[in-house]
Write a protein that binds this ligand. Structure first.
Ligand code: MG
Length: 349
């Protein structure tokens, strides 16, 4: 077995603005696990605001590099990863990347897609929202035009002028909207009123309206809201979900938050027992991590897997967007392969 890893900067087509944060790039580390002729790919994406760093991720991979290179089989790798990753705290993105690469490699060696490996029903029509970051009105118009083929838009709100922003967007499109406040609302009464105002304007849900630790008010908002309240920053993993699900109608599950494919499935299974709505989401990722999550699409009530549409320099092939649907190539593993001109992993160890 060979472990390779390399850092990479994903570049946004447009600077990406959310409540309290705007950025042009997202640091990423790509990993590969190679066994004979088969190579599994994975991705650790680290938006700066989450606190995980490329340096820590690379140092972690360096620390397990020789262990993995001495492994001879997938069974042995599976046991090693399960034990090792459980023993390490944090580093969710680094763990997610290894999990993605493991399943990609396993699928390739067994001639199966990730869905087939995990007995997940195939979803033929994956309708995803397209995210519209916070920006000035001129740029918003450009972004709305670029997202014209998508059937649902996810609008980042949570600033001072949310009503003005939505009114502007409604002057240009009547498509259904998800809105994501990214913890930007601070007043409970205003938040309740906003959900009613937004519902009248064909908004379908509100993601993370209040600060992540304000669960008491979030639970009141859930009761009085006109729209489903979906957790993002509040719920990263299964433990968070067990403690906090009562304050939400649903959760946005992301591989980079929960730390792997099995962890995402555990979250989905728990969410189902509590009748929570399931959104499958992504960070600013390439097609690599997004394709892995798209394999789980049949579990989702809402799909927000548009990251490759937002970046300029995706080093992988495998995902295309046609008429607002994410089209996954029918391939083994997670379903992606490096672009020909990508020099990922060349001459690296
Ligand atoms: Mg969000």
């Amino acid at each position: 077995m060979r472990l390779h890893f390399v850092s990479f900067l994903l570049e946004f087509k447009h600077a990406f603005g959310v409540s309290g944060n705007k950025r042009t790039h997202t640091p990423t580390v790509f990993v590969s696990l190679q066994m004979g002729e088969f190579i599994g790919y994975g991705e650790a994406c680290m938006p700066v605001y989450l606190g995980e760093t490329v340096e820590n991720t690379l140092a972690f991979y360096q620390s397990i590099h020789s262990d993995i290179n001495s492994i001879k089989s997938l069974v042995e790798l599976d046991i090693y990863l399960k034990t090792k990753l459980k023993a390490v705290s944090g580093l969710q993105a680094a763990k997610a990347a290894l999990s993605i690469a493991f399943y990609d490699l396993k699928g390739k060696t067994e001639g199966k897609s990730l869905r087939q490996l995990l007995n997940i029903e195939a979803k033929t029509c994956i309708v995803t929202s397209a995210t519209i970051g916070l920006d000035d009105y001129k740029k918003l118009e450009i972004k709305l035009n670029e997202a014209r083929d998508f059937k649902i838009l996810k609008v980042k709100i949570g600033g001072e002028n949310d009503k003005e922003l939505i009114t502007f967007i409604r002057s240009l499109t009547d498509k259904p909207l998800y809105v994501d406040a990214n913890q930007g609302w601070n007043n409970l009464d205003n938040a309740i009123e906003m959900t009613h105002w937004l519902k009248e304007r064909n908004v379908l849900l509100v993601e993370q309206p209040l600060p992540k630790n304000n669960l008491e008010q979030m639970a009141i908002l859930k009761e009085k809201s006109a729209l489903p309240i979906i957790a993002d920053e509040s719920i990263r993993n299964l433990e968070d979900c067990k403690n906090q699900y009562f304050a939400f109608h649903g959760i946005n599950i992301k591989l980079m938050k929960c730390g792997g494919i099995q962890e995402a499935i555990d979250l989905i299974n728990f969410a189902k027992t509590k009748n929570l709505k399931i959104m499958l989401g992504c960070m600013a990722e390439s097609s690599c991590a997004t394709a892995a999550m798209a394999q789980l699409a049949s579990f989702a009530d809402y799909i927000d897997l548009d990251a490759p549409h937002l970046i300029n320099n995706d080093p992988f092939n495998g995902i295309t967007y046609i008429n607002g649907e994410l089209i996954l190539e029918n391939k083994i593993g997670i379903g992606v392969w490096p672009k020909k001109n990508s020099d990922l992993f060349i001459n690296r160890s």
